[in-house]
Design a protein around this ligand. Structure first.
Ligand SMILES: CC(C)(COP(=O)(O)OP(=O)(O)OC[C@H]1O[C@@H](n2cnc3c(N)ncnc32)[C@H](O)[C@@H]1OP(=O)(O)O)[C@@H](O)C(=O)NCCC(=O)NCCS
Length: 283
């Protein structure tokens, strides 16, 4: 019988605040509850406030995940026929079943227990989905994709081949990457350091966004960037492509140097919809 979520959150908050010498054996079972509740979508690392549309990060969640790593010892991982794997006992690989209705294509992918994958998700090999991440219904995780720790991915998102979604564990960072519903992320793009991509935005092939990136919105005449604790946010429906701007200083000028900077070239229109249409048959 699972504990009520509110009580579980209180216990996990306490767990996250404990130092290593305060752990008791029951803490491992408590951490298993975190994984199970995340598998079921009952608790999340970040949630959207329906009233304001703002994302609230549950810091207790990340702290509890870190406690989970501290709680574990290296242990031989069973169930793999050909290779031995060694990992902390508290962060095993998640076993999916046909009833999860996730299409997990054979060949070298790994999903950590404590990651939520909704029905209709497709995972192409090789991909890695780390602990604390949340992947909404009908999302495509194409080959060579990393869904980093605690990343929050919406419904019907397409993470194209080679997309890297950074996590919060290492290097140390508190803000998970958040990608809202119906976003298309083009091949080889990288989203890091708490970047928020609002619904229906399109991240073109090869765009890199992190906490230091300035994004120039050519349509609205704005420069978007992280403001203190407020992460970089790509507006709903924006179409972002790689761009460049002159680098500062005489040396740069002398040599005609540019620095990479993504551009919002347009907002989603019929043409974009046609370029990014998802293949129903794959769902
Ligand atoms: C962003 C994207 C979807 C195009 O969107 P679109 O709405 O069809 O864009 P358009 O073709 O109308 O282009 C509008 C303008 O932006 C430019 N542009 C569009 N995408 C661009 C890109 N990725 N890089 C540079 N410029 C780009 C076009 O050249 C055009 O410029 P112009 O106005 O000077 O002619 C597409 O470029 C893209 O990145 N798709 C992702 C493909 C991918 O990675 N697939 C992965 C499969 S695993």
């Amino acid at each position: 019988m699972p504990r009520p979520t509110k009580l579980l959150i209180e216990l996990l908050t306490e767990l996250g605040e404990k130092s290593a010498d305060q752990y008791v054996p029951e803490d491992r079972a408590l951490f298993a509850e975190l994984r199970e509740a995340t598998n079921l979508g009952l608790i999340r690392c970040a949630e959207k406030d329906p009233a304001t549309g703002q994302w609230r990060v549950n810091i207790w969640y990340k702290k509890a995940v870190l406690a989970g790593f501290r709680l574990g010892q290296l242990l031989e991982q069973e169930g793999y026929n050909r290779f031995n794997f060694f990992d902390k006992q508290t962060v095993p690989t998640r076993q999916l079943y046909i009833t999860n209705k996730v299409r997990l294509v054979p060949g070298g992918s790994s999903i950590r227990d404590g990651a939520y994958l909704a029905e209709g998700v497709v995972v192409m090999p090789p991909s890695y989905v780390n602990i604390g991440s949340y992947v909404g219904a009908d999302t495509m995780i194409d080959s060579h994709v990393l869904v980093g720790s605690c990343a929050q991915i919406g419904k019907r998102v397409h993470l194209s081949a080679g997309v890297q979604i950074g996590g919060v564990l290492e290097p140390v960072g508190n803000l998970p990457v958040i990608i809202e519903d119906d976003v298309m992320v083009g091949g080889n793009s990288g989203l890091y350091e708490g970047t928020v991509v609002r619904e229906r935005a399109v991240i073109g092939t090869g765009v890199l966004l992190n906490g230091s990136t300035k994004v120039y919105d050519l349509v609205r005449g704005q420069i978007l960037q992280r403001q203190g604790e407020q992460p970089l946010e790509i507006p709903a429906g924006a179409v972002v492509v790689p761009g460049s701007r002159p680098a500062h200083g005489d040396f740069a000028k002398e040599h005609g140097l540019q620095i990479a900077t993504p551009l919002i070239i347009k907002y989603r229109d019929e043409k974009t919809n046609a370029s990014t249409a998802l293949e129903e048959a794959l769902r």
